[in-house]
Design a protein around this ligand. Sequence first.
Ligand code: ADE
Length: 230
Amino acid sequence: MNIAIMGAMVEEIEPLLAFFGKYETVEFAKNRYFLTSYKGLDLIIAYSKIGKVNASLTASTMIEKFGAQKLLFSGVAGAISSDLGIGDLIVATKLAQHDLDISAFGHPFGYVPEGSVYVESDENLRDIAYQVASEKGIALKSGIIATGDQFVCNSERKEWIGKTFDADALEMEGASVAVVCDSLNVPFFILRAISDGADHDAGMSFDEFLQSSAKISAEFVISMLDKMQP
Ligand code: ADE
């Protein structure tokens, strides 16, 4: 089985490359794809660069060019819910684009005709995550993740996103990956570890916790692979 593991920033996939050790590098469309195998699974690993457009290109490439049959996203997020602290893991049940706005035409935020506000992630992959969490005694939270092409460092904006989308965390790629995978019928899973509170301290907190939180998320995804043996 071909499984894609994707991050947005190099820090989000570095722990994966370090763990797998040996991989082949293929360049395509101004990006690099790292191919390796693990316990009978063929893995395609990449970081997309930040934002929805880059993430869409990478997810599409992993599926259409490299034949990914499932996609796991690993990375960091800003917390909206006060239940989420630095380093806590959240799995997205569904995702929405908080910066998609044609409300001028009477549509809800995050909606475009022939689309939907939310895209749901794959239930089987979420179940695997809950099994891993329970076996390892990890407190895995789940909730709605909102995505937009903005680094949110403003309490008002964060609260608006939380209220409008009932979202628990926010980041800059997940919902675009969700749209791509849903359109191409590829089961997907989005996991994020919290790096900041999306408030006025977010920039400093992000810089401080990017690496440690990215590692927490990446290690969890590696544990999931053990339950995805062919
Ligand atoms: N990813 C991690 N923290 C974030 C934030 N505050 N805004 C957007 N994306 C993020």
